[in-house]
Design a protein around this ligand. Sequence first.
Ligand code: G
Ligand code: MN
Length: 382
Amino acid sequence: MSAERTALLLVDDDEQLLEGWARYFRQRELVVRTATTVGEALGILGRQTFDAIVSDIGLPDADGIELLRRVREIDADVPVVLATGQPDVRTAILAVDYGAYRYLTKPVPIAVVAAEVERAAQLCRLARAKRAALALAGGGEPAGDRAGLEAGFGRALDKLWMAFQPIVRAADRSLFAYEALVRSDEPTLPHPGALLDASERLDRMKELARAIRSAAATAWKLAPQNALLFVNLRSQDLFDEALFGIDDPLRPFAANVVLEVTERESLNSVADARPRIARLREAGFRVAIDDLGAGYAGLTSFALLEPEFVKIDMSLVRSVETDATKRKLVGSMVGLCHEMGMPVVAEGVETEAEREALVDLGCDLLQGYLFGRPGRQFPKSG
Ligand code: G
Ligand code: MN
C-alpha cells in the first residue's frame, strides 16, 4: 500500500454495526468518518475528500441511491459500495445504473467489505490521476455512470451558451444570417456532441432543446436588425409540444428564424412529421435541410420538409476545388435545388480555393471559418 492513508466514509443507521466496522478499519490505519443519515454524509462530503464510501441503502432521510446521485454532484470519482439487508431487483438495477461500485447483501463478513474497500480506493486513485492527466491535456471525460452524467449534465445546462457563426452571401460576402451553435463550459461534456449524447442517455432531450432555444432567443436580442437566425432542430424535438406553443422563446422571432433539420437522422421515426412542420410554418418559421450529402439517401426529407433552404455538408465542401467527384455532386445538387427554388448554403468553407469553386458551382450562401468562427459576439463579416 502507498504511504497515503485511505479515507473511508461509512454510512449506516445501525449504529452498532457502524461502530464495529469503523473500529475494524481504524485498526488497519484507515481514516474513517461515519454518518447515520444521507444528510449527515453529504455534510461530511462537503468538507473532506474520500477514497471510498460504504453505505446502507435504507436510511432514515433518503436512500443509498439518492446518496449516490448527490455524491456525484460533489465528487466524480469516489467509489460507492452499497450494502443492504433488503436486497431487491429495483435497487440493484438502480445501483448499477447510477454507478455503484458494488452491491453487497448484509449480513456481509467484514473481510469482504475490507477487500472491496481496498480495491475501490485503488481504483479511485487511478481515476483521479487519469482525470488530472486529462485536465492537463485540456479535455474532460464524462463520468461513466449515470449519477456522474446527471451531475455533469446539470452543470452543463447551467453553463450553456450559444455561439453564432455568420452565413454570408456568396456574391459579395455580405452578412445574410447567423447559425446558432450550442456550447457549454462544463469540462466533462466539452463538445456539443457529448452534451447531446448525455441528454439522450438521461432522457432529457426536451430539456436541453428548450434550454438551447431559450439561450438562442436571449442572445438574439443583441443581434443586428434584420439578420436571420438558423437554429438546429433534432427530429426528436418535433415531439415536444412546447416547440409549437405561443410561449416558446423563439416564437416572437419566428419570421426571422430558420429551423435546420439534419439529414443525419431519419425523419421516418417521426410519424406525423409533416403536420408538425406545417404547424411550425404557420407560426412563421422557415425550414432548412442541414448536412445534405452526409446522411440518408433518397428524397424523403425533401418531400417531408419542403425546405426553404438547403445546406450542403462540409464533407462535400472540403477540397471541392480539386475533387472532381465532389464538384460534380455539388453542381448537380445546386442545380436541382435551384430548379425547386431553394437557395443553397455551403457549410464549412475554410479556404479561398473552396470558396471560388463553390461560387462557380452556383452556391448562394457560404458559411465557414473563412468568414468567421462561431463566437459569443455577433461578428462583423465582410
Ligand atoms: O451539423 P452542423 O452543420 O450544424 O454543425 C456545424 C459545426 O461545424 C459546428 O460545430 C461548427 O463549429 C463547425 N464548423 C463551422 N464552420 C466550420 C469550418 O469551416 N470548418 C470546420 N471543420 N468546422 C466548422
Ligand atoms: Mn447546422
